[in-house]
Design a protein around this ligand. Structure first.
Ligand SMILES: Nc1ncnc2c1ncn2[C@@H]1O[C@H](COP(=O)(O)OP(=O)(O)OP(=O)(O)O)[C@@H](O)[C@H]1O
Ligand SMILES: [Mg+2]
Length: 320
């Protein structure tokens, strides 16, 4: 008979990154990180959004063992980043915010050398694979100083991937990268994830989080003010807006329309209706009917779904 106390207990899926109660101040200054708690699942793409000085780079630097944690613990793959530094560092690839490259080296040499730094045997096939993936194969023999800024950034990604890390940190990966290259880079990140790599990126481009992330965290003044599945976040906070362009301008919103959340702009010729797709408020078709009955004629109608950018701006504004 099966003894219930020895029955196997299903294990909770282990976080690849686990941050508990992390606080940090630089040399006695104010706290730049304040009680950060965060769990990252293997294989997810996590975007950390926050204004300048919020603490994003400090947080990444602590995880990568470059900056000492103050209070709290950080584990990567179950290992403590202070006690088991060599182990955790080998699991991590870091693309730093600042561009630092060895100007006189070739692409091939610098990426191969990075792998060697982790004590791994040479693996030309792996280096070739990542250079091809990052569209750097044609540039493998070029000296780094001859490359454009966007290419240099991709060299940094190649270096970060040279030792086959399980977690990749991208600190502002597409700052100063043009739109087409940015999309290429997003594609690379998706491919990495498909290959099982967990990706944590910081960004100012909300569009980037919206495009890429499975989950989004917002950090402000050293505190994480929100962590949410991106899709849930967009659903929960996503409002829709319908702009009605009128044939004849109005002096004011007619009192009979007080029921609707309407505002008048554009010298009285634009009515904006804000609604929530989940709510029970009077629907669009009724509004259009009521307008027609009131003799208000429309020239044009457009709708807009609020974006992560609106959500982010409202978060940063309302919590200040
Ligand atoms: N080495 C340091 N010594 C003292 N203070 C520091 C140091 N590095 C960062 N700080 C301070 O810590 C705070 C967080 O900085 P951090 O670089 O982590 O922010 P960030 O979110 O990465 O900003 P950005 O978006 O501008 O890159 C800032 O107030 C910054 O001035
Ligand atoms: Mg930073």
């Amino acid at each position: 008979m099966l003894n219930p106390t020895t029955a196997p207990v299903p294990l909770a899926p282990q976080s690849i990154l686990s941050i508990r109660g992390l606080s940090k101040s630089y040399s006695g200054g104010p706290r730049v990180l304040d009680d950060i708690n965060l769990e990252i699942a293997p294989g997810e793409i996590f975007a950390l959004l926050g204004p300048n000085g919020a603490g994003k780079t400090t947080l990444i630097s602590i995880i990568c063992g470059i900056v000492n944690p103050g209070e709290g613990t950080v584990r990567v793959g179950g290992h403590d980043v202070v006690r088991d530094y060599r182990k955790t560092r080998s699991l991590i690839g870091l693309v730093p915010q600042e561009l630092t490259t060895d100007a006189f080296e070739t692409v091939w040499a610098t990426v191969s050398f990075s792998r060697g730094l982790f004590g791994l045997p040479a693996n030309p096939a792996h280096i070739e694979r990542i250079l091809r993936q990052l569209s750097l194969w044609d540039k493998r023999d070029a000296k780094i100083m001859t490359l454009s800024g966007g290419m240099k950034r991709r060299v940094l990604i190649a270096k970060a991937l040279s030792h086959e890390p399980r977690v990749l940190f991208l600190d502002e990966p597409t700052a100063g990268v043009d739109v087409r290259l940015r999309q290429d880079m997003w594609q690379v990140v998706r491919e990495l994830r498909a290959g099982g790599v967990t990706v944590i990126l910081t960004t100012h481009y909300i569009e980037e989080a919206e495009e890429m992330a499975d989950r989004v965290g917002v950090i402000r003044g050293g505190r994480i003010v929100l962590v949410e599945e991106k899709s849930a976040l967009m659903r929960k906070l996503g409002r829709k807006e319908m702009v009605l362009t009128l044939q004849e301008p109005l002096a004011a919103v007619p009192p009979a329309f007080g029921l609707y959340d309407l505002s008048l702009s554009g010298d009285g010729s634009e009515l904006t209706y804000v609604y929530d797709s989940q709510s029970e408020r009077p629907g669009i078709s009724r509004l259009l009917e009521d307008l027609s009955v009131a003799g208000i004629r429309l020239r044009d109608v457009t709708t807009r779904q609020s974006t992560l950018e609106d959500i982010f701006v409202s978060l940063v504004e309302t919590r200040s």
